[in-house]
Design a protein. Structure first.
Length: 329
């Protein structure tokens, strides 16, 4: 029996497309020690492929393993074929590690991703800002270095958006299908409103509302409502939520090509400028990083002019070498 056939049986089991005869055949294979090396090889291949997208707890794994071993076809087979009881016990023993790691992993993946919808991706590369129209008519502006993923045609009960980076949303009102944005441990839910979300990897998350109201929920299920001209900040290190009054226009001006550096450190400004102009900024002296300042630049302001002004405000020197900028005292 070849490797491709065994792999097909495992796949059909996961997809609930396995006939009773095929299910019995799969159990016979798992019970046969001669197939153990091949099963190990298949398990390793599958695990390496799905490992990056899995995110489940030990409790979820145990729960789903019980669901697998209580499969009706499995239990019926044990009752109807008592003479093969010893073989089936061996099957369970041998299959245990495989099902927990491989089958449970795949079932859990399907459990977290019901219907496995096709996804549509929207991106904005470094150095650019992009505008898109979602299937429901909602508008979205993506800042430099931003990625967004949604289910094709917003399939499912919610209009779910998975965001990495910064985006401004102008959401079409729909009471029957809430609009939900996933950013790490934070969920932002709206019905119809305009707001900005900043959620770059390993950075604090910011939600600023321009119009309407949004509800933000953290991992502890704590819900905070954010109103116009309010900012909710989430510290990814301490998991603390904080709200404050702000001028929302300052946080959304980037959609018009304006670069606002509002009370940021030089280090924070360097990260923003790096994405905005797609350049690399290197600090020759650590002491430069902590200085704070405020600056505003109009659309299409040249990079050299931006660096020149910031250097004067914070009293440091700079050198531009092709695509890299060096800052020093």
């Amino acid at each position: 029996m070849n490797k491709a056939y065994i792999h097909q049986l495992l796949r059909k089991f996961i997809e609930k497309d396995l006939s009773s005869e095929e299910f019995l055949k799969l159990k016979e294979i798992l019970a046969d020690p001669n197939y153990e090396p091949l099963i190990h090889e298949l398990m390793a291949e599958e695990w390496e492929m799905i490992k990056p997208v899995l995110n489940f707890s030990k409790g979820q794994s145990e729960y789903l393993f019980k669901r697998i071993t209580k499969d009706k076809r499995f239990t019926d087979s044990i009752q109807n074929k008592k003479k093969h009881f010893r073989m089936l016990i061996n099957t369970i023993k041998i299959a245990a590690c495989f099902f927990v790691v491989l089958i449970s992993a795949l079932v859990i993946y399907n459990y977290h991703n019901p219907q496995s919808p096709d996804y549509v991706y929207y991106t904005s590369p470094l150095g650019k800002r992009s505008y898109y129209l979602f299937p429901d008519g909602s508008k979205v502006w993506l800042n430099a270095g931003t990625k967004v993923r949604i289910a094709k045609d917003f399939q499912g009960k919610f209009r779910e958006v998975f965001l990495e980076g910064e985006a401004f949303f102008d959401v079409v009102h729909n009471t029957k299908k809430p609009f939900i944005i996933h950013t790490g441990n934070i969920l932002t839910q709206v019905l119809g409103t305009a707001f900005n979300v900043s959620a770059y990897p390993k950075k604090n998350i910011s939600v600023v509302v321009l119009r309407g109201k949004v509800g933000v929920k953290d991992a502890k299920r704590l819900v905070v409502f954010v109103n116009p001209n309010q900012q909710l900040a989430y510290d990814f290190k301490t998991s603390v939520l904080k709200t404050e009054q702000v001028n929302a226009e300052l946080y959304t001006s980037w959609t018009k090509g304006e670069l606002e550096l509002n009370d940021v450190s030089v280090e924070e400004a360097a990260e923003i400028i790096s994405r905005w102009y797609n350049v690399k900024i290197v600090f020759k002296n650590e002491s430069i990083k902590k200085s704070h300042f405020v600056a505003s630049f109009e659309t299409n302001t040249p990079l050299k002019q931006v660096i020149e002004i910031i250097s004067k405000l914070n009293k440091f020197n700079y050198e531009i070498n092709q695509n890299t900028i060096y800052l020093s005292e």
